[in-house]
Design a protein around this ligand. Sequence first.
Ligand SMILES: [Zn+2]
Length: 382
Amino acid sequence: MKTEQLHTAALVYEDQLSRHVLSPNHPMRPVRLRHMHRLMQASGLLDSVDLLQADPRAATTDEILLNHHRDYVEAVRVIGSGGIVPNMFEFGIGPGDNPPSEGMYDAAALVAGSTLVATELVRSGTVPVAFSPAGGVHHHAMFDRASGFGVFNDASIAIRTLVNDGFRVAYVDIDCHHGDGVQASFYDTSQVLTISLHESGQWLFPGSGSVGEIGQGDGEGFSVNVPLAPYTQDELWLRVFDETVPPLVGAFDPDFLFIQLGIDTHFRDPLTHLQLTTQGFTEAVRRLLELGATCNGTVAVGGGGYDMGAVARAWTMALAEMASAGLPESVPTEYDAVPGLDYFEDRPGPAQLPEDVGHEVEQFAERSVEEVKATLFDRHGL
Ligand SMILES: [Zn+2]
C-alpha cells in the first residue's frame, strides 16, 4: 500500500559524490555533480518543500554482490584500499577508462547506495520519482569487470532488488553510449525490458547495441536497441523515441520505470557525436516521466555527460520536470561554477546539417526503427 506522498520528487545527493578523482585528466570528472548541484541551488529548486532531499548511503557488499562476482568485488576493495592486485587487467582495471585508484571501492559503493536509496524511496511510495544523478554512469560495468568508467553497476544492482521481489522493470537508457552492462545483467529474463537509444557502435564505444541484440532464452525479445548515426539532432531523436519507447514500455506494462539520463548526447559533448540540445533532452525526460506516471514509480539516474555546462543545465532541467517546478529562463547571474552559461536551453543549438548529411542521418534512424518494429513489435502484441 502506498503511503501518502508529501513530495513530488526526491533528489539523492551529497557533496562526497563529487570528490573521487579517477585519474588526472580523466574525462569523467565527478566535480560535474557539484556544478550541477550549485545550479539546482541557484535556480531555487532546492528551496522547494515539494522536493525531498535525501542523503545517499554506501551499498553493502551483499547488495553489490547482487550483480557482481565476488572475486571482482574483492579486487576492487583491495585496489581501493591502496593494495596491489597483480591480475587487475582481468577485472577491467588499468590505465585508461578504469584506472586503479585509492578510494575507488568506497566511491562506487556510495554511487550504488545512492541509486538504492532512490529506488527505496520510489518503491515505498514516498515519492513518485527519485533522481540519483551520480548513478547511471556505471552502466557499462559488467558482472566480473569494470568497463567504460563503470565499476559497480548501480542501475543493475537497484533493478535486481526489485526483480528479486517479483517486480517487473522497464529500463530506458538515453545515454549516447549503448547501455551494455545493464542489458547484460538482464539478457536472459523477461522480467526486465531494457531499451537503449544510442550512437551506433559502428562509431562509438562499446561497439555493441545493434538491433539484433534482442535477449536470449526467457529474455528473448526483452532487450531493445536503437542505434543512431552521428549528427542525429533533437527532432529526429524524439521521433525515433516516440516510435519505439512508448509502445514497447506500454505493452510491457512494468511495475517500475527506471531511466538512465546520460547527457553525452549533447552537441558540445567532447566524447560523442550525436547533436541533442538541453531542450531536446528535457523533452525526452518529460515523455519518460509521463510513461512512468502510468506505473508505480520512476527511478532516474544520471549517466555520461562530459561538457560541464550541459551536465549542470540538463540535470537541473530534468529535476525541475520531476518536481513539476519552474525554472527561470536564464541561468542566474550569480551562478559561477561553470562560466559562460546564459540560458538553460541551448540558444543557439547546433548548426543545421547540410541536406545530404541530414538525409543520411535520417535514413539511418528510420532503418533502425523499422528493424526494431520488424524484429520485436510482434512479440509484444504491437
Ligand atoms: Zn555515455
